[in-house]
Write a protein that binds this ligand. Sequence first.
Ligand code: 0A1
Ligand code: ZN
Length: 886
Amino acid sequence: MDAPKEIFLKDYKSPDYYFDTVDLRFSLGEEKTIVASKITVFPRVEGSSAPLVLDGVDLKLISIKVDGKELKEGDYHLDSRHLTLPSPPQGKFTLEIDTEIQPQNNTSLEGLYKSSGNFCTQCEAEGFRKITFYQDRPDIMAKYTCRIEADKLLYPVLLSNGNLIEQGTFEGGKHYAVWEDPFKKPCYLFALVAGQLESRDDTFVTRSGRKVALRIWTPAQDVPKTAHAMYSLKAAMKWDEDVFGLEYDLDLFNVVAVPDFNMGAMENKSLNIFNSKLVLASPETASDADYAAILGVIGHEYFHNWTGNRVTCRDWFQLSLKEGLTVFRDQEFSSDMGSRTVKRIADVSKLRNYQFPQDAGPMAHPVRPHSYIKMDNFYTVTVYEKGAEVVRMYKTLLGTQGFRKGMDLYFKRHDGQAVTCEDFFAAMKDANGVDFANFLLWYSQAGTPVVKVTSSYNAEAHTFSLKFSQEVPPTPGQPVKEPMFIPVAVGLLDSSGKDMILSSVYHNGTLQSVASNNQPVLSTVLRVTKKEEEFVFCDIFERPIPSLLRGYSAPVRLESDLSDSDLFFLLAHDSDEFNRWESGQVLARKLMLSLVADFQQSKPLTLNPKFVQGLKSILCDPSLDKEFIAKAITLPGEGEIMDMMEVADPDAVHAVRTFIRKELASQLKSEFLSTVENNRSSEEYVFDHPNMSGRALKNTALAYLGSLEDTEITELALHEYKTATNMTDQFAALSAISQKPGKTRDDVLADFYTKWQHNYLVVNKWFALQAMSNIPGNVENVRKLLNHPAFDLRNPNKVYSLIGGFCGSPVNFHAKDGSGYKFLGEIVLQLDKLNPQVASRMVSAFSRWRRFDESRQTLAKQQLETIMSANGLSENVFEIALKSLA
Ligand code: 0A1
Ligand code: ZN
């Protein structure tokens, strides 16, 4: 292997050549597949004589022709990554290249590969170079045709992007199809599928009257499980028209579900390819969480048609241009389809539990990274989730209409182009004529800003002051940071818990009115842009309690001087429901941290009765949304608490969280029991907010009860398990039962497997549940499961369930004896030979090793060093291991 090369944003250069049209001809076979490409090439600068460098990996070159004339060895240069034409003809020319590939041996699942006997592709980010020689970069946009030829019996369905323009059958059992995509696209959006598939068909009529055929393809037996995906697709198409005025632009939209897929799904133009986990659902086999994920991801991929496909990225550093924006759009879609507050809570929790740790560790990178070794490693929670928060801030600052104006201008200016994050920023700015000061720093500075707020009330002057200071912690390569532009949404509560009317704010020596259109203003967005800054509210006639960062208006860590009683007050009264939840979380975090300190000093643990009382009043408040209650009574995760400690102590955090859960379960046992009784599902499964809320609340209560050593509860959980009529309830009961080791657990787990052994998606849940168990010494059980007949290291979903699940269990992955680290170290090396992308995701579990005590540090570091010294390590794993050790 050549030494891995780091690629830098600052080195971006426009290509010397562009491609106009690309004609691809695939001859799919069992032993080999032949790919013939014919490309029309033209130079960026007339008369240029620069070499043309094409990317190509794992390809066998058969022939190469320029303007119909075959090139001889010596006319071109070929190495393991590139095919170079040192002096192509001047002006426009055609390039024809034939290559041979072996999709049947491609276990990396990028490029063209086989999944359950069918052919499929995954080209983002740089997989197209495993199909044919090409300038594999997103700023090369061309019009494609694709002819697919294959055995008709084995591969009756042949799909590619765009419209089907021709098909036919040959003697001897072969057939072919020709597809033409009228839109220019980068090669990462190319797709091909060939196999034994059947479709669920439907239609959608766009608001301008275009009739779009919708098809969701799966193996025949799974077609009944695609109803929810189809419902989601139609809802997404309608939503994008209603909210953004964006219509679908072709007469056909295909979705294909495949069982072997590295990520969630892929937005290839008019031929989305999905991990089957995110398409297939029936009430008996999929949980509410699965249904919600399908809705969100079907929406996400569909929304890419405009944000990603019609307007794409100039280079991969700009990934968040499409991903941050599209995640924001799918979050908003899901909010509009369900509960906005609950969705916001879920999204912020994800950010805190996954992105904050990344931003504080060795892999910290800006939303727009400055460099990478392997782009696949930058499909991260920072680019996606923090990127979505950045887009959300534009909307918070500009309002719904201002944001829409910015989006309209973005499409007007850039349809059909490959652009940058600055172009998006400029559209927002120009459409609204506003000054965004240093907002662009959100794209270039890594690290989660820490914002401190202190407040003071002046009873004589009737003013209330909020003093802000901000600090962005150092991250690798960025020791010193500039202050950021932070929108802080604020409301002030009076002593009865109502929002005060806000009239004006003093800031930088000037008095600004916050009132608009004579409407009373109950919430305003302060623009914090300096290291230290004060805002003074006027006409405040009693000491208010501030509700800060409403709706989580910026992705920061907020530290305020609110007292516990202020927080309890906000928990009970804040009109911003997100902040009600947040106040409870702040209280819980404080409580957990103080108990962790007690635990470490071997002091007895006791639970503050006010906390129990606070949770009880939420649990028993009939005016609250049930899913909101479920979220509000759920404690912050162990990872979140470890993240706040000087030295992360997984055992102490686990002991404390378990203690609080048990204590709450025993003190509120009767309330939890009646919550279960009163919220049993109706016989028929309905995926809507009221039904899901009931299930969420009932199952959260059941999970609390499951922590008790109590035969009555075991009986109850068994009863719930046996009488469940849907997967949400069945799995929740199974999880409640499996909290405690013993015969009941073993029997029910065995029963569940027997019941579902023929459904691999359900079996994955079974793997994950066992893998995540906190039962001491669980690594041995996980090792055994590796040899279970249903497990396969080549299937990413199975790896994520079993190995990923195990790494998510702090006590066992971080076991003091190093057994968890050793297990992961071995697996990473095995996986790397098969699928570097998946191996690299798994090795990331080591990246925060410096957060732990010395002995754990030594053990984890040893594993990373062993990995680094392995022969033939992929660039994917190399990059993560290298950066983790740096
Ligand atoms: N663009 C897809 C995600 C995706 C990225 C990379 C992949 O393979 C390496 C596959 C899918 C999305 O955002 O949905
Ligand atoms: Zn995406």
